[in-house]
Ligand binder design. Structure first.
Ligand SMILES: *Cc1c(COP(=O)(O)O)cnc(C)c1O
Length: 425
């Protein structure tokens, strides 16, 4: 199936007489006729549902759809993008381990990695995503277990050179984990370029209607954990918390996701509600259509902004001459995403005036949904960073993060024009 078809058809295929639409299994638990049968499920000897924290048919169908869209072998849903990012690392890192990460990432992930995970004894080194392979390699240590980056960084819109990152990761015997939230599998499938694990905040374009916070992890099945067994004993040696199962032996290509479900989800429990997964699935059905419209609108608006003399700079990889135009052409030839960042002349003060003068575009923390929304990272998402950290994350004090919706582009442009006229004299 092609990607537009997968958006509609993947994950759930009703049998004769069953509901055409994915049912919401709003049930915490599942009934069995014998003690023996349920015992086999607990031993991971047989597939089957027993408790929604570990697996639920609605959640599993949606995870399977996302895995199929990304071209992976298995997927799991989480209750947020944050927990997807956390699990993706924590599944293969423990106290005393280290990983390397691009500096240009979502503010929440930056905080998770640089503060909270350090408290768990997991250390991170941040590297400039535009640095050479040699410079990135220099950040690796004997205890490094993963490399992490975002396809299109939120909000700096830096495009990741996935092949470069994959090569450095693989040269050091570790997987590349890519957060593909902004591009979505419609515009980029990082696994095709060498990524091993893909994570998402499904809260953004995948849901697309700002109804449900959620996340996903997809395993490509490509990383050879056994070849680097010394680094990943959690996957390649017996897990005493699960009757001595060796995930790579028992589950092969699905070892990583099975371990994440069987241990992290079991113990930490960040599951989505089946009802939220149902809503996410509705969003996924129109993802391909919406992404096309988001990209088309964003292109028009970026071109408009780049010609407006009240705007000091525009960052959007669809613009010729943009620093990331070439990389975006390579990895996302059909368009990148609907998010543009730009600076309003007059710095922080005028940026705030501009924001407050918009009528159609709403000030919300959210990005990447059907409605045009706008945020000032320096006063909102990245508020906890000092000026130096802001600079390293690619966020300037005048930066406006403008998330172009799927309304009529001309209405959005009129709104911007009125607000610019009010803010910049
Ligand atoms: C929003 C976002 C996250 C965090 O996801 P939540 O669903 O808000 O927890 C992680 N990565 C990126 C790129 C994001 O945009």
């Amino acid at each position: 199936m092609r990607i537009d078809t997968k958006c509609i058809q993947s994950g759930y295929t009703p049998k004769n007489g069953e509901a055409r639409i994915l049912p919401i299994y709003q049930s915490t638990t599942f009934k069995y006729d014998s003690t023996e049968h349920m015992g086999r499920l607990f031993d991971l000897e047989e597939d089957g549902y027993f408790y929604t924290r570990l697996a639920n048919p609605t959640n599993d169908a949606v995870a399977a759809k996302i895995a199929d869209l990304e071209g992976g072998v298995a997927g799991m849903l989480t209750s947020s993008g944050q927990s997807a990012c956390f699990y993706s690392i924590f599944n293969i890192c423990e106290a005393g381990d280290h990983f390397v990460c691009s500096t240009s990432i979502y503010g929440g992930t930056y905080n998770l990695f640089s503060v909270t995970m350090k408290k768990l004894g997991i250390d991170v080194t941040f590297v400039d995503p535009d640095a050479s392979a040699e410079e990135i390699a220099a950040a690796f240590r004997p205890n490094t277990k993963a490399l992490f980056g975002e396809t299109i960084a939120n909000p700096a819109l830096v495009v990741l050179d996935i092949e470069k990152f994959a090569k450095v990761a693989h040269d050091h015997g570790v997987p590349l984990i890519v957060d593909n939230t902004f591009a979505t599998p419609i515009n980029c499938r990082p696994i095709e370029w060498g990524a091993d694990i893909v994570v998402h905040s499904t809260t953004k374009y995948m849901d697309g209607h700002a109804t449900s916070v959620g996340g996903a992890i997809v395993d490509s099945g490509n990383f050879d954990w056994e070849a680097h067994s010394d680094k990943f004993p959690g996957l390649t040696t017996p897990d005493e918390s699960y009757h001595g199962v060796v995930y790579t032996e028992r589950f092969g290509k699905a070892a990583y996701i099975t371990k994440a479900t069987a241990t992290l989800m079991r113990d930490l429990g960040s599951i989505p509600s089946p009802h939220n997964s149902f809503l996410l699935n509705l969003g996924l059905e129109t993802l391909a259509l919406r992404m096309r419209k988001h990209c088309e609108n964003a292109q028009k608006i970026a071109e408009y902004l780049s010609k407006n003399d009240k705007v000091s700079w525009v960052s959007f990889s669809g613009l010729e001459g943009d620093k990331y135009h070439e990389l975006a052409q390579k990895y996302m030839p059909n368009g990148s995403c609907g998010v543009i960042s730009f600076g309003v002349k007059g710095g922080r003060e005028n940026a705030v005036k501009f924001m407050d003068s918009l009528r159609l575009a709403a000030i919300v923390t959210h990005v990447a949904d059907a409605r045009t929304s706008v945020l000032h990272p320096a006063s909102h998402t990245h508020r906890q960073m000092n000026d130096e950290e802001l600079k390293a994350a690619g966020v300037t004090p005048d930066l406006i993060r403008f998330s172009v919706g799927i309304e009529d582009a001309d209405d959005i442009i009129e709104d911007i024009e009125n607000a610019l006229n009010a803010a910049v004299k």
